[in-house]
Design a protein around this ligand. Sequence first.
Ligand code: CA
Length: 60
Amino acid sequence: MVADFQDGQDQLGVSAAVEVERLGISQVGSDTLIVWEGQAIALLKGMNSSQISGTDFVLA
Ligand SMILES: [Ca+2]
């Protein structure tokens, strides 16, 4: 759960096992849900999913 993600300022850390292009990014109400291999890994509160792309992720 990431409540304070700011697009363009913050990046989402993912492990090397995660292929960003295969992440599921979907709009759920006013939030963006990020799914990897069927499991929700992050919920960005109040974020439009159209704002989230590969550049918002970084290897952690
Ligand atoms: Ca973005």
